[in-house]
Write a protein that binds this ligand. Structure first.
Ligand code: ITT
Length: 196
C-alpha cells in the first residue's frame, strides 16, 4: 500500500522509512511528492502530528504517517518541547538549537539534567479520517555539557543514556530504534496496522 511520510526532516525519514518498508508499506517522503510544510499551530505533539498528516494526505490523496516529536527538559519546565525544531528561532538549524540548549543548561548541576524525548506518530487512512491511529513513545536521558557522536540528528549529540553509557548520536540506527521514543511509537504503529 502506498503511504506518504509527512515529514520534511531527513533524520526522521532515515529512522522511519526503512522499517516501514520492511513492514510492507510502500513509503514515499512528502518532499518527493511535492508536499510543502504546513504551519504547526497545535499546542500538543498529537495536534501537530495530525495537522501534518492531514495536510500531506489532502495534497496527495494518499494515506499519511506523520511524526511530531521533541525534547522536554526537566530543569527548563519541559522546554523546548513542541518548539524543539525552532528553539533558537524560526528556521534555526539543529546546530543552533543544540547550542542554545547547552547555553540554557550551563548553570544546571549534573544531578538535575534529566530530560526525555517524546514522539507521536499518527496514521490517517485519508485526509478526513475521523479515527486516526495515534501512537506514542518516550525516551528518558540526561543532557550532557558537550556534544558527542556523529550519528542521528537534532539533539542526539547531547542526549546521554546512562544505561548504554553513550549519547544517542553514538548509537547505530538499529540500536537507537530499539530504544528511542520514535522506535517505541513505530512498534506500536506497526502492531496497530497489523491488527487493523
Ligand atoms: P517535520 O515537522 O517536517 O516532521 P521537524 O524537524 O520540524 O520536521 P518537529 O516539529 O516534530 O519536526 O520537531 C522535532 C524536533 O525535535 C527535531 O527537529 C529535533 O530537533 C528534535 N528531535 C525529535 N526527535 C529527535 C531525535 O530522535 N533525535 C534528536 N532530536 C530529535
Amino acid at each position: 500500500q502506498n503511504v506518504v511520510l509527512a515529514t520534511g526532516n531527513a533524520g526522521k525519514v532515515s529512522e522511519l522509512a526503512g522499517l516501514l518498508r520492511d513492514f510492507g508499506l510502500t513509503i514515499t517522503a512528502q518532499t518527493e511528492l511535492g508536499v510543502g510544510s504546513v504551519e504547526e499551530t497545535g499546542l500538543t505533539f498529537i495536534e501537530n502530528a495530525l495537522i501534518k498528516a492531514r495536510h500531506a494526505s489532502r495534497v496527495t490523496g494518499l494515506p499519511a504517517i506523520a511524526d511530531d516529536s521533541g525534547l522536554a527538559v526537566d530543569a527548563l519546565q519541559g522546554a523546548p518541547g513542541i518548539y524543539s525544531a525552532r528553539y533558537a528561532g524560526e528556521g534555526s538549524s539543529d546546530t543552533d538549537n543544540l547550542a542554545r540548549l547547552l547555553a540554557a543548561m550551563q548553570d544546571v548541576p549534573d544531578d538535575q539534567r534529566q530530560a526525555a524525548f517524546h514522539c507521536v506518530l499518527v496514521y490517517l487512512a485519508h485526509a478526513d479520517d475521523p479515527t486516526p491511529i495515534v501512537c506514542y513513545g518516550r525516551w528518558p536521558g540526561v543532557i550532557t555539557r558537550q556534544p558527542r557522536g556523529q550519528e542521528g540528528f537534532g539533539y542526539d549529540p547531547i542526549f546521554y543514556i546512562p544505561e548504554q553509557q553513550k549519547c544517542a548520536a553514538e548509537m547505530s540506527k538499529a540500536e537507537k530504534a530499539a530504544l528511542s521514543h520514535r522506535g517505541q511509537a513505530l512498534q506500536q504503529l506497526m502492531e496497530a496496522l497489523r491488527n487493523g
